[in-house]
Design a protein around this ligand. Structure first.
Ligand code: CP3
Length: 341
């Protein structure tokens, strides 16, 4: 049994005294103890070494006492396992030297045995569960098929993922083959993660907002929903789509346990569009953590009042930025813990 089950209860829609809180990308570069490890080991060594991944996962929990931990890893371990080379270049981000642009490229993409290829992730989960000692739940995550596809085709980060979109619209059949392969791999991977011990799953659709509402249904949501349907009896699934407010009505009808909201959508709109009965997660503007701590506290309390304390998980509207002062992150977490209606 998990001692602090506030997060699990909010995901079930139970009445709570205050909402739970965690931060997307909470294990990251704004933490000096993270930077110490980052300076010693390259990115994928950190992901692949259970002692390092579990230590990094625990760092924000020890410092701030969030209500959930999220396993340190990356969404791009999926293409790696599918025989697509991925590098993490410093001061640049992900780089895929051989992106998927043609049928010939597509032919070398495999649906791997995730039990073998991603074995290090399950080892990291087991090591992390031990360190956590059942204090708080552990979240496992994956990118949405569309977001992973964006990197596979574009080959790197982008402001508009024009090459990924061009591939979809000029060769939709091949695009759907790749999206389906990513979906199958992701489903098997997330099932294995739950078996290894994660309590909750989150799908990050960071680039869903690049698509028009119709294209979003065809190239992104369809695949996210396959994942939700395949996993709904294994663990609660949170679906976060950045810039995807236009799809909230559809998301609200799904079997996701919760829907992540970014900061461009008001609580009122998010509640309305999702039908009023779904657990929602979000949506503090990550840049607003640069405001003074007492202002952060005030804004967090207002945010909880507008979402309502029940069926709600406090979070940022996207990942925490590397330039956030540690005491501002602390003010965010503390504000939730001091909330009493
Ligand atoms: O939330 C957590 O604390 C767990 C860790 C986590 C990482 N990546 C570690 C990481 C999570 C949840 C991710 C997800 C991820 N990775 C997403 C979806 C979430 C989002 O923020 O949109 C995406 C799009 C990626 C791909 C990725 N990985 C990018 C674009 C980058 C470079 C940009 C950046 O933020 O630096 C990464 C590298 C990465 N993944 C870092 C971390 C902590 C920073 C680089 C490093 O530590 O060396």
């Amino acid at each position: 049994m998990i001692k602090n089950d506030l997060f699990l209860r909010a995901l079930k829609g139970e009445v709570v005294t205050r909402p739970p809180v965690w931060m997307m990308r909470q294990a990251g570069r704004y933490l000096p103890e993270f930077m110490q490890i980052k300076n010693k080991y390259d990115f994928f060594t950190r992901c692949r070494t259970p002692e390092l991944a579990s230590e990094i996962t625990l760092q924000p929990i020890r410092r701030f006492g969030m209500d959930a931990a999220i396993l340190f890893c990356d969404i791009l371990v999926i293409p790696q396992a599918m025989n697509i080379e991925v590098e993490m270049k410093s001061n640049f981000g992900p780089f895929l030297p051989n992106p998927i642009r043609t049928q010939k490229d597509l032919d070398r993409v495999i649906v791997p045995d995730v039990n073998i290829e991603l074995d290090y992730v399950y080892k990291a989960i087991k090591a992390t569960k031990e360190l956590l000692n059942n204090e708080v739940p552990l979240i496992g995550f994956a990118g949405s098929p569309w977001t992973v596809f964006c990197y596979c085709v574009q080959g790197q980060g982008s402001k508009n993922f024009d090459k990924a979109k061009a591939f979809c619209f000029s060769n939709p059949i091949a695009a759907h083959v790749l999206l389906q392969k990513i979906t199958e791999t992701t489903i098997a991977y997330l099932k294995a993660k739950v078996k290894a011990g994660v309590d909750v799953l989150q799908i990050f659709d960071s680039w869903g907002g690049m698509l028009s509402p119709n294209d979003y249904q065809e190239f992104s949501w369809k695949y996210i929903n396959q994942i939700i349907e395949a996993l709904k009896n294994d663990a609660p699934v949170i679906s976060f789509g950045k810039g995807c407010w236009f799809a909230l009505h559809e998301m609200g009808k799904s079997n996701a346990a919760a829907i992540g909201i970014d900061w461009t959508c008001s609580a009122r709109n998010a509640r309305y569009l999702t039908g009023g009965n779904k657990t929602l997660q979000g949506n503090f503007d990550p840049s607003r953590l640069l405001s003074p701590p007492d202002e952060i506290k005030k804004m967090v309390h207002e945010m909880i009042n507008s979402f309502g304390k029940d069926k709600y998980v406090v979070n940022l509207g996207h990942g925490i930025l590397p330039n956030i002062p540690v005491d501002h992150a602390k003010a965010f977490i503390d504000a939730v813990k001091s909330y009493n209606g």
